[in-house]
Ligand binder design. Structure first.
Ligand code: IMP
Ligand code: MG
Length: 172
């Protein structure tokens, strides 16, 4: 299989993620931030983002599945792993790799909001607005991209390519 074509370089990712950390700090109350990272795709984004904060940050992990081993969504979202600690009264930020149809994020925002966080925001590294099926609010977006299936920097195709340090377009 040919290597993916670079869409967003390692350098551009690092620069934008530093900016996003500053945007988050400025927009959120001057208080502890609790990140909820959506596994597996957002693990690299989370790990770079949190390193741009100096203190008062905690994190937890949640996993949902909406895709089989294909590039098309099944339209069905299932909770695979819940967070380990309660969200009540906390300033929660969902950390997601990409918002495509919006179904995953819509589901996650819905279940997490019911747990009574003091605030609930969402940060997505990537957004493909042309594919949206449900209207979902994303407070912080790293990059808006065209309708390509992308891999790397956490994102996979059939569990491959998550380790690439850049975001690339799959060779077809
Ligand atoms: P949505 O529910 O359609 O918004 O899809 C969100 C999830 O689908 C993301 O969290 C990704 O795991 C996956 N996904 C959507 N588009 C891509 C892509 O281009 N590459 C890899 N995974 C994707
Ligand atoms: Mg994902």
């Amino acid at each position: 299989m040919a290597p993916p074509t670079v869409l967003i370089t390692q350098h551009a990712l690092a620069a934008r993620i530093r900016e996003m950390a500053a945007e988050l700090r400025a927009a959120l109350p001057n208080d502890d931030i609790h990140f909820v990272c959506v596994l597996k795709g957002a693990f690299m984004f989370l790990s770079d983002l949190v390193r741009a904060f100096d203190d008062r940050v905690t994190m937890d992990f949640i996993a949902v599945s909406s895709y089989g081993e294909s590039t098309k969504t099944s339209g069905e979202v299932r909770l695979v792993k819940d967070v380990d600690t309660g969200l009540e009264g906390r300033h929660v930020v969902i950390i997601e790799d990409i918002v495509d149809t919006g179904l995953t994020l819509h589901y996650l925002q819905d279940i997490l909001r019911r747990r009574g966080p003091a605030s609930l925001h969402t940060a997505c590294l990537l957004s493909k607005p042309s594919r949206r099926k449900v209207d979902v609010r994303v407070d912080f977006i790293g990059f808006t991209i065209d309708d390509h299936f992308v891999v790397g920097y956490g994102l996979d195709y059939a569990e491959q390519f998550r380790n690439l340090p850049y975001v690339g377009i799959m060779a077809s």
